[in-house]
Design a protein around this ligand. Structure first.
Ligand code: MLT
Length: 410
């Protein structure tokens, strides 16, 4: 009989958001009449923009006509989308990225998770703590994390704590890792790095020959001018950084699935046998072998986001979510709790009252107020004592949730 990849037996049996869904479903079965408001997983609730729907319909019609039907597309994405991405997300910001450095995919979760395929098994990985669990779990699956430790960490992972004490700005690592994951605006804390702060990381990576995997899935929510939308706004980032982008939160594509990854040809990493090699070539090889591209109709839908009407429509939706974020933050603060984020990101990160752990807060909020959030400790040990609420609910549900929290006897 075959052997399993034992690394899978080291990771928690369920993924964080699956575990939360399981708990909520159990509660719902036991309390069928409960009116539960879900501000847990960062899943959008507003429908797709009309410009996107129009593009989808048109693309579906093309697929039904022998003259315009498309079969397999380029694994890296159609040129029409890659060129639009480059023009609107990079050239328009004065950033030098070429279409063959852009790889369209079914989302940033897959890409951040899959990227480890092209990295060696002995790389030392650094993550901020708390952190989006995909980075840690996928490295654990690949054996790069070692074994779990009693304090909720992994023996080989370098953790960079982000707490209110350091204003959620991680310090540069004391020992040099090979790879650093950064996500800004940050999931889960909703906080940001300003341009001069991100520059320190790029400078560090260049000086120490470190690869930065930069997740910019939430860049569309930035409202402050000194917060970079792309790591390539920082000089030298083209040498050391890969950037992940997603249309999930930007344009409500969580169910449609589309994102992209930028791998500049100038990012060179070490090979034991071949010296310095470009990651772009390896990612291209990985994608062409394991991925057959994102659906044509979805890529046309993504292209439509960049039209003038598409831009206006998605901006309205983002404004609605950020209005929710303001309501949540105000409500949390009115309750006497410290709240962070919610200004350049759709997440509010709150400090639970002394003596109430993340999971206790989760259970009580669900049981007593029928509101779902995400326990901070699910994102890493330094998330203990924190809790995340998302701004992706409807305005009415968000108001209602905050009303319930206002009445809550904590
Ligand atoms: C979250 O809630 O952190 C996100 O929805 C997760 C994701 O984008 O996969």
């Amino acid at each position: 009989m075959a052997f399993v990849n034992d690394n899978f037996l080291n990771i928690p049996e369920t993924y964080l958001f699956s575990e939360i869904a399981r708990k909520v479903n159990t509660y719902k079965e036991e309390n069928p009449s409960a009116n539960i408001i879900r501000l847990g997983i960062g899943d959008v609730t507003r429908p797709l923009a009309p410009a996107v729907i129009k593009a989808l319909h048109a693309a579906v019609d093309e697929m039904g006509d022998a003259n315009t039907f498309r079969g397999y597309g380029p694994e890296q994405g159609y040129a029409f989308l890659r060129e639009t991405i480059v023009a609107k997300d990079y050239t328009a910001r004065g950033i030098d990225i070429a279409p063959d450095e852009v790889f369209v995919s079914d989302g940033a979760k897959s890409d951040t998770g899959n990227f480890g395929d092209i990295l060696g098994p002995n790389n030392v990985i650094a993550v901020t703590d708390p952190v989006y669990p995909v980075y840690v779990d996928t490295n654990a699956m690949a054996g790069r994390a070692g074994k779990p430790t009693a304090d909720g960490k992994w023996e080989k992972i370098v953790y960079l704590p982000c707490t209110k004490e350091n204003n959620f700005i991680p310090e540069l690592p004391e020992t040099r890792p090979d790879v650093i994951y950064l996500c800004y605006p940050n999931n889960p804390t909703g906080t940001t790095l300003k341009k001069n702060e991100l520059k320190q990381w790029v400078d560090y990576a260049r000086a120490n020959d470190v690869l930065i995997l930069f997740d910019a899935a939430y860049e569309a929510f930035i409202s402050e001018p000194d917060v970079p939308h792309s790591i390539y706004e920082i000089e030298g980032a083209r040498e050391v950084a890969v950037e992940f982008r997603s249309f999930s939160k930007t344009a409500g594509f969580t169910g449609l699935r589309c994102g992209y990854t930028v791998v500049p040809k100038t990012v060179l990493v070490n090979s034991a046998e071949h010296g310095r090699v470009p990651l772009n070539r390896l990612w291209n090889r990985r994608q062409t072998t394991k991925f057959n591209g994102t659906a044509y109709i979805v890529q046309r839908a993504a292209e439509a986001i960049y039209s003038a009407e598409g831009q206006q429509q998605i901006k309205e939706t983002i404004a609605t979510y950020m209005n929710n974020a303001g309501i949540i933050r105000k409500g949390v603060e009115a309750k006497g709790l410290s709240a962070f984020g919610g200004v350049n990101a759709p997440y509010i990160w709150l400090k639970t009252p002394d003596g109430i752990s993340s999971w206790q807060f989760f259970d009580r909020l669900l049981n007593e107020m029928n509101v779902v959030g995400t326990p901070g400790v699910g994102f890493g040990p330094h998330g203990e004592g924190y809790f995340r609420l998302t701004a992706f609910g409807s305005p009415a549900q968000t108001e209602e949730a905050m009303q319930r929290i206002a009445n809550w006897k904590l």
